[in-house]
Design a protein around this ligand. Structure first.
Ligand code: GDD
Ligand code: MG
Length: 321
């Protein structure tokens, strides 16, 4: 089976971390996150992944040059943002049957074999994986009947309601793309799914009870690390702290178990770091405290400074506080 992985969003909610690195390539447990998504596909024997991004395309090329192992990757040029359906339409000529579509910013241990089997049993044209959340506002809220048939899909509902939401993984039949023009921006959430439902097509949903998180905000990105370190995410090795290559921790420093130190990061004498992610080359000075924070590449927390619930951009320095 083939998969289209959507990696072309601007990642605005993760700024400043996504100004120079696209969201799917932000380090997760010290590797670009996209490895996680592609390894997940490989585990379910997906043979080819098709990717495109109008945003920071060059960064993806460096990533792909370094990536080894399945699935095979085909890169497509997307000069203008085509939206979540437009990007799939761009891949149409490469698709040869039932295929998967995945948002490239979701950490999940979703069982893709079970999802595809469910889709085939129901003879659906589209099957949407769902997860339960307490507040559906940032997501696509999906209303379904007892058999799992989708009655309504509402992207970014205005009211704070709990419910089953779009988990960002779909199984689709090629016919879903019929008649969608090429090269124009189309949203799968706002146009394609509501259109299929209105026409009475068999759109089904499959609720995943395992791990799921969209990494699109700093809070979620940090929480995903804490969850992984605690062993809550199937497929991700747990246990911390994780200390990257050439990272150094002074023998008198305290680094908690829920910490990831990027390559070349350093923690000085008497410093304390807990529940935090430090990117490549981030420095924590003597006696400094860092808690519940993300320190961007080459950023610095000066001697004695305190950083809590914060995100430091690339090369930022905090000298007191
Ligand atoms: N190639 C390409 N082109 N990819 C895009 C484009 C585009 O124009 N726009 C967005 N993407 C990619 C993003 O990189 C991301 O991986 C995915 O599509 C979803 O976009 P987000 O910007 O992350 O959307 P969201 O998180 O607000 O909402 C989506 O995900 C939720 C689950 O995490 C929707 O699919 C919701 O319905 C869903 O609940
Ligand atoms: Mg997202």
């Amino acid at each position: 089976m083939k998969a289209v992985v959507l990696v072309g969003g601007e990642g605005t909610r993760l700024r400043p971390l996504t100004e120079t690195v696209p969201k799917p390539l932000i380090p997760f447990m010290n590797r670009p996150f996209l490895h996680q998504v592609l390894d997940h596909l490989a585990r379910y024997e997906v043979e080819e992944a098709v990717l495109s991004s109008p945003y920071l395309e060059r960064e993806f090329h460096s990533f792909l040059d370094e990536r080894r192992g399945p699935p095979r990757i085909t890169w497509i040029t997307e000069t203008e943002p085509l939206g979540t359906c437009g990007a799939v339409v761009g891949a149409r000529s490469l698709l040869d049957g039932t295929f998967l579509v995945l948002n490239g910013d979701v950490l999940t241990d979703l069982d893709l074999s079970a999802l595809v089997a469910f889709h085939r049993e129901r003879k659906a044209v589209a099957t949407i994986a769902l997860t339960r959340v307490d507040d559906a506002r940032p997501y696509g809220l999906v209303d379904r009947d007892e058999q799992g048939r989708v009655r309504a899909f509402r992207e970014k509902p205005p009211d704070l309601v709990p419910g089953t939401i779009n988990a960002g993984t779909y199984v689709l039949e090629p016919r879903v793309l019929e008649g969608v023009p090429e090269g124009v921006a189309v949203s799968i959430e706002r146009e394609t799914f509501p259109g299929l439902i209105a026409r009475g097509e068999a759109v089904y949903s499959f609720v995943w009870e395992g791990y799921w998180r969209d990494l699109g905000t700093p809070e979620a990105y940090l929480q995903a690390h804490l969850d992984a370190l605690r062993g809550l995410v199937g497929e991700v090795p747990s246990g911390g702290p994780i200390v990257g290559k050439w990272a150094t921790v002074h023998p008198d420093a305290l680094v908690g178990p829920l910490v990831v130190l990027g390559p070349g990061a350093s923690v000085g004498a008497g410093a304390r770091v807990d529940r935090s992610v430090l990117h490549r080359g981030a420095r924590v000075g003597e006696g400094a405290v860092v808690e519940d924070s993300i320190l961007g590449p080459e950023s610095e927390v000066g001697p004695g400074a305190k950083v809590r619930d914060s995100v430091l951009a690339d090369r930022t320095k905090v000298m007191t506080g």
